[in-house]
Design a protein around this ligand. Structure first.
Ligand code: CU
Length: 279
């Protein structure tokens, strides 16, 4: 099987075009900000980082599908053309320099082609841009606390609310952020390792005691966005959802005023000291 240079070029161009087409197409069954029943795609994107993750995911999917089909086709050809009946006198060829160079070089080029968007995405995720707002999220057994050091230093606990929808995702006090602003989230753990994850924003970062991790997102739309603790952290690991309400600037400002009063006493510590670090 020989592949001319032109064919390889056309092949790779085809992959790129197919990847782009898939990435721009809408994702069936995926809702914005929360999971949906029978979902088989990624959640709808709500941030520039997630846009890039979705694109990269689709790009790799096309690439891997084409490679798998190509290898399958080669296997079928071998089975049909070179079995003992069809090919009673086998060739004694052992080397073919051109094809050996090609099957070394082509995979290398494919990997280099993958690494470029991969590193670009990695830097986009890890390189926090100049933030408009900083929020500190602390993972605790088994709820989250959010502190707003830029807006009066208030802090409050966010616990799962049994009576709220969506089930297992609704909380009593949501994290509230303004739309289209760069939000820097500093993440830490108070007792054991938790993980702050919000699929629609492409955010997932460990909350480790004694360590301050940083991530960021820029919500593209207003609305409710849900995530969950994503590190096994004890018996109620599944019941410490992350709920973020994205609002317009004005609404955010008025929420800050209310929150300053509501959480003046400091909501933090109440449950942590009562529960203690148990497994
Ligand atoms: Cu947790």
């Amino acid at each position: 099987m020989r592949m001319s240079k032109g064919r390889v070029g056309r092949h790779l161009l085809g992959l790129a075009v197919a990847g782009l087409t898939l990435a721009t197409g809408s994702a069936a069954f995926a809702e914005l900000g929360q999971p949906a029943p029978w979902e088989w795609t990624l959640q709808q994107s709500g941030s520039p980082v997630m846009d890039n993750i979705v694109w990269f995911h689709n790009f790799l999917f096309v690439l891997i599908a084409l490679i798998t089909l190509f290898v399958l086709a080669l296997l079928v050809v071998v089975v049909i053309k070179f079995n003992a009946r069809a090919n009673p006198v086998p060739s004694r060829t052992t080397h073919n320099t051109l094809i050996e160079v090609a099957w070394t070089l082509v995979p290398v080029l494919i990997l280099v082609g993958i690494s470029v968007p991969s590193f670009r995405l990695l830097f986009l995720e890890l390189d926090v841009p100049k933030a408009d707002l900083t929020i500190k999220a602390t993972g605790k057994q088994w709820y989250w606390s959010y502190a707003y050091p830029d807006n009066g230093k208030f802090e409050f606990d966010s616990l799962m609310a049994q009576d709220k929808q969506p089930r297992l995702l609704g909380v009593d006090n949501e994290m509230v952020v303004p739309v289209n602003k760069v939000i820097r989230v500093q993440v830490t753990g108070a007792d054991v390792i938790h993980a702050f994850a919000l699929p629609a924003f492409g955010v997932k970062i460990d909350a480790i005691p004694g360590r301050l991790n940083e991530t960021w997102f820029k919500a593209a739309k207003t609305g409710m966005f849900y995530g969950q603790c994503s590190e096994l952290c004890g018996k109620d690991h599944a019941f410490m959802p992350i709920a973020i309400r994205v609002v317009e600037d004005k609404e955010f400002a008025s929420w800050v005023e209310t929150a300053k009063k509501k959480f003046a006493s400091g909501g933090t510590g109440t449950y942590a000291s009562a529960a203690g670090p148990t497994q």
